[in-house]
Design a protein around this ligand. Structure first.
Ligand code: AMP
Ligand code: MG
Length: 502
C-alpha cells in the first residue's frame, strides 16, 4: 500500500483529535520531543471503534489509510506533540537509574466523553534517546497480545490501559528471528509510573519530584490537594488504587509477570502487558515468564511485591512528607504497615462475591482459604471452579467437583459453604446471577492466545485473533458453541512459557 496522504500532518477536522497536552505544557524537563520512525508500508490491522468514539475521534475516517498513517506514527495528527518520557525503575529488585520510553511516544492527551484526560501513546514506533541498545520497535505477536489482554481486562472490570489500534509496519524486526513489525496505540489515564518518581529522586531533584506529585495529584487524585499533608494523602491514594488493582488481579487468576516499579502506574491501572498470562490450575507458585527464573513475580507473590514497590514510591516522597526526615520515615512506615491488612480486606470482599456471599462474617476468610487449599491440592482450574459454583447452588455440583483430582475435598467444602449460605438472605436465583457477573467464563486461555497469535504472525491471518477477541471482551456471557474457549489447555508435560515483548 502506498500512502495516499501527502501532507506532513493530518488535518484536525478530518479525524477530530482534540489534543490538550498538559504533560508537554507543564512538565518541561521530564521528557524529550521525538519523532516516530517511518513505517514503509503501514496497514491498519485492528481498530477499536467503541474506544475511538469514547475519545470523540472520527472513527469512520480513521478506519482507512489515514488511520494506518496516524497509528504507525508516519503522520501525526495536527496538534500532536510526540515525546518520550523519562523514568527509572527497580527491575527484578535492582535499580536502573535510566529507563524511559525507549520504544514508545506519547502523541498527546485527549479529554474523553467521561471528562477523563487520556494519553494516546504509540508503542513500537522507533528509537528515542532512551532506547539504549534497543531498536525501539515492537513485533506483531506482542502487540496483538497486549491488545487482546488489555481489552479482556477492561471487559473483566479491571482498571487497565486500553488498545485503540494495531498497525503492521511492513518492516521486519529482528529478535531471535526476523518477525513482522507492528505498532500498538495505547490509551492510558497517564503513563506516570513509580519509576518516574524514582528517576528524579535518585538524582536528588526533589523539586521535580514535587512538581511531578503536584501534576499527578491534579490529574488523578484532585481530592487530596487540600489535605493537611497532601503528599502523604497522595501516597495513600496511589497505594489504595494499586492494592485494589492487585486484589482484582488475584481474584481472576491474572499474573502480570513483570511487576517492576517502572511497570507500576500511579493511576492504578494495569500497564505494560509483556509476559502476563492467566493461571489455569490453581497454584500460588505459578510463573509463566521465561525471564522470571526465581519466581519473584509468581501469582502468590504479587501482593507483597506491590507493597515492596510502594515502599520505593514512599522513599521518593520523604522530603515532602515532613521536614524532619526521621519523622517522615516513621509516618510512611506506619502507613505501609497497614497495607497487608488493607489488601486482605479488599481481596476478601472480592472473594466473598465470587462465592455468593453478601453479608460479612468472621469465618469467611477461613471458608475461602479452605476452597483455595482444596483447589491447589486437587489442581482445579481457577476460572472454571468459580464459574461453576453458581450451578452448584441450583443443585448441579458435578461440573465443579469433576474439576478436582480429589472430588471429596470439594464435597466437604461444599457442605460448609451451603451451611454458610443458609445465613444469607438473597434468593438462589439472584445469587447465581450475581456470581455469574463476577466469575468470568471466558478468559484469554493461554493455548488459545498462542494459537491465534501464531496464525496471525506466521500465516498473516487475523481470523483466529478476531474470534478470541470477540469472545474475551464478553467474558461473563456464556454462549453455546464457544465451549472450547472456556476450557483449559489439554494436559501436557511442557509448562507454558511467556516471553517479554522486547
Ligand atoms: P519493559 O520491560 O517492556 O517494561 O521495558 C523496560 C525498558 O526497556 C523501558 O525503558 C523500555 O522502553 C525499554 N525497551 C523495551 N523494549 C525496547 C526496544 N525494543 N527498544 C528500545 N527500548 C526498549
Ligand atoms: Mg515497561
Amino acid at each position: 500500500m502506498t500512502s495516499q496522504i501527502d501532507e506532513q500532518t493530518i488535518d484536525a477536522d478530518q479525524v477530530n483529535f482534540n489534543f490538550e497536552n498538559s504533560f508537554a505544557r507543564d512538565l518541561e524537563g521530564f521528557f524529550v520531543h521525538c519523532e516516530a520512525s517511518t513505517a514503509p508500508d503501514p496497514q491498519l490491522l485492528l481498530f477499536n471503534k467503541p474506544l475511538a468514539e469514547e475519545l470523540h475521534l472520527k472513527a469512520s475516517n480513521l478506519h482507512t489509510t489515514v488511520g494506518a498513517e496516524i497509528f504507525s506514527g508516519n503522520k501525526p495528527p495536527e496538534g500532536a506533540m510526540p515525546l518520550a518520557q523519562v523514568y527509572a525503575g527497580h527491575q527484578f529488585g535492582n535499580f536502573s537509574p535510566q529507563l524511559g520510553d525507549g520504544r514508545a511516544l506519547l502523541l498527546g492527551e485527549i479529554i474523553d466523553k467521561a471528562g477523563v484526560r487520556q494519553d494516546i501513546q504509540l508503542k513500537g514506533s522507533g528509537q528515542t534517546p532512551f532506547s539504549r541498545r534497543g531498536d525501539g520497535k515492537a513485533a506483531l505477536g506482542p502487540v496483538l497480545r497486549e491488545y487482546l489482554i488489555s481489552e479482556a481486562m477492561y471487559a473483566l472490570g479491571v482498571p487497565t490501559t486500553r488498545s485503540l489500534a494495531a498497525v503492521s509496519t511492513g518492516e521486519k524486526v529482528f529478535r531471535e528471528t526476523p518477525l513482522p513489525g507492528a505498532v500498538l496505540t495505547r490509551v492510558a489515564s497517564s503513563h506516570l509510573r513509580v519509576g518516574t518518581f524514582e528517576f528524579f529522586a535518585a538524582r536528588r531533584e526533589f523539586d521535580k519530584v514535587r512538581r511531578l506529585a503536584d501534576y499527578a495529584i491534579a490529574r488523578h487524585y484532585p481530592e487530596v490537594a487540600d489535605a493537611e499533608n497532601p503528599f502523604l494523602a497522595f501516597f495513600k491514594s496511589v497505594a489504595h488504587s494499586q492494592l485494589s488493582l492487585v486484589a482484582r488481579w488475584m481474584s481472576i487468576g491474572f499474573i502480570h509477570g513483570v511487576m517492576n516499579t517502572d511497570n507500576t502506574a500511579i493511576s492504578g491501572q494495569t500497564i505494560d502487558y509483556g509476559p502476563c498470562a492467566f493461571m489455569d490450575r490453581f497454584s500460588p507458585k505459578t510463573v509463566f515468564s521465561s525471564i522470571d527464573t526465581q519466581g519473584r513475580y509468581a501469582y502468590g507473590n504479587q501482593p507483597s511485591i506491590l507493597i515492596w514497590n510502594l515502599c520505593r514510591l514512599a522513599e521518593t516522597l520523604i522530603p515532602h512528607i515532613d521536614d524532619n526526615k526521621d519523622r517522615a520515615v516513621e509516618i510512611l512506615t506506619d502507613e505501609i504497615k497497614g497495607y497487608e491488612n488493607e489488601f486482605k480486606s479488599i481481596w476478601l470482599n472480592l472473594m466473598r462475591r465470587k462465592i455468593g456471599l453478601n453479608n460479612e462474617e468472621e469465618g469467611d476468610l477461613k471458608l475461602i482459604q479452605a476452597l483455595l487449599n482444596a483447589m491447589e491440592e486437587s489442581e482445579a482450574d481457577f476460572t472454571l471452579t468459580f464459574r461453576r459454583l453458581s450451578r452448584a447452588i441450583s443443585g448441579d455440583s458435578l461440573g465443579t467437583r469433576n474439576l478436582f483430582v480429589n472430588p471429596t475435598s470439594y464435597d466437604s467444602w461444599e457442605r460448609d459453604w451451603f451451611a454458610r449460605l443458609e445465613r444469607e438472605t438473597i434468593s438462589k436465583e439472584c445469587r447465581s446471577a450475581t456470581m455469574d457477573q463476577v466469575n468470568p467464563v471466558y478468559i484469554p486461555r493461554n493455548h488459545k492466545v498462542e494459537e491465534a497469535l501464531s496464525f496471525a504472525v506466521e500465516e498473516g491471518d487475523l481470523s483466529a485473533f478476531e474470534k478470541i477477541l470477540s469472545i474475551v471482551i464478553k467474558p461473563f456471557d456464556e454462549v453455546a458453541g464457544q465451549e472450547s474457549y472456556a476450557e483449559p489447555a489439554p494436559e501436557t508435560d511442557i509448562p507454558y512459557r511467556t516471553f517479554c515483548g522486547t
